[in-house]
Ligand binder design. Structure first.
Ligand SMILES: Nc1nc2c(ncn2[C@@H]2O[C@H](COP(=O)(O)OP(=O)(O)OP(=O)(O)O)[C@@H](O)[C@H]2O)c(=O)[nH]1
Ligand SMILES: [Mg+2]
Length: 346
């Protein structure tokens, strides 16, 4: 078909053109340098304010990262180090993640720790209704200067969830937060990415949602460090705990490997929270043995870089609908189509 031919040619030309520009990498770097010079002093002031607990300053810094503005690399240079315990919380919609986060904040605040929360909505490019709900549920902590809560919408951002959230986690850590919680709804890839960002990942389940076994089947079992059966005030909680434990007993582990505990909570009444915090602490201690934590953080950094590289590649090497059509209709084969997208780099 003529259309298909034209498309393939177009793609080859396009890919080649992009490739020509690619190796220099000059443009983005120049832009970064210029942005850095311009915003340096303002940035330093904002960082100083944020370190003192000024939430508007913290918000402004996170916006710099979220929008990937030219000042972002300079900011990353200014705010580094810090040692937060990073806790990921994932699970199906409505399972009680935000309610549990609120309860956890309360417990950690009682220990005098500063807590930052990034509530990630992977499906929406806007801060929408669900996020508003989160705000309401976490409103107890709205006036506490030791708590910072931020919703991030990640769709369409360079590097997606992993890159944006990873940068946010690092910022909060660098600003001196002791615990950083990342909440994300468990949809597909998002929870796997969250697990790669967190030191300890909690998977929340609720009785009667039938997701206990499903989660395990779907392989989510591998990403969680601690299982939490929330809404333990509801009928069926014991059964869910039993199912999970039975599943867990089938997993073969090497000696010294982490055995995921199953905790039960009633988040809405802050019940079971101390036990959960103890389980999180145990996991952290286990990580701290040997090089596990350092290894995990290296893996996290690699995952973040990977996410950005992937996004940049997707941007550079676009697969058009016309090209897909050409393959689907049998006009060309996948390997040739891929070569035409890659141009000279293929
Ligand atoms: N009965 C009972 N209800 C709970 C419990 N924990 C949370 N809830 C309720 O469950 C509903 C959903 O709670 P959220 O904390 O918003 O759940 P979520 O997982 O953050 O939801 P999304 O962010 O929309 O995915 C709210 O009405 C809570 O009050 C619990 O332990 N028991
Ligand atoms: Mg929520």
């Amino acid at each position: 078909m003529a259309t298909g031919e034209r498309t393939l040619d177009d793609r080859a030309a396009d890919g080649g053109g992009r490739h020509d520009r690619a190796p220099s990498g000059g443009a983005p770097e120049d832009r970064t340098r210029r942005g850095t010079t311009l915003q340096d002093s303002a940035l330093e002031d904002t960082v100083a304010a944020a370190r003192k607990g000024d939430r508007r300053a913290t918000a402004r810094l996170l916006t710099v990262l979220e929008n990937d503005t030219p000042a972002a690399p300079a900011l990353a240079g200014l705010v580094k180090g810090g040692e937060a315990q990073v806790v990921g919380i994932t699970g199906s919609p409505g399972v009680g993640k935000s309610t549990l986060v609120s309860a956890l904040i309360g417990a950690w605040r009682a220990q005098g720790l500063r807590v930052g929360v990034l509530a990630v909505d992977p499906s929406s490019p806007f801060s929408g209704g669900a996020i508003l709900g989160d705000r309401v549920r976490m409103a107890d902590h709205a006036l506490d200067p030791g708590v910072y809560i931020r919703s991030i919408a990640t769709r369409g951002h360079l590097g997606g969830l992993a890159a944006t959230t990873g940068a946010g986690v690092r910022l909060l850590e660098g600003l001196g937060f002791d615990v950083v919680i990342v909440e994300t709804v468990g949809v597909g890839q998002a929870e796997v990415e969250i697990a790669s960002l967190a030191d300890t990942t909690l998977l929340l389940l609720a009785p009667g949602m039938g997701d206990g076994i499903q989660a395990v089947k779907a392989g989510v079992v591998e990403i969680a460090d601690v299982y939490v059966v929330n809404k333990a005030d509801r009928p069926g909680a014991d059964g869910t705990v039993r199912d999970l434990k039975a599943m867990m007993s089938l997993v073969r582990r090497e000696p010294g490997e982490w055995r995921q505990p199953v905790c039960t909570t009633v988040a809405s009444e802050a019940k079971g929270v101390d036990e959960l915090i103890a389980a999180i602490g145990k996991h952290h201690d286990w990580l701290a043995e040997g090089d596990r934590l350092a290894d995990q953080r290296r893996r996290r950094a690699a995952a973040e870089i990977r996410a950005r590289v992937d996004a940049a590649l997707r941007e550079r090497f676009k697969v058009t609908e016309a090209l897909a059509e050409a393959v689907a209709s049998g006009e060309t084969d996948v390997a040739s189509a891929a070569r035409s997208v890659l141009g000279d780099t293929g």
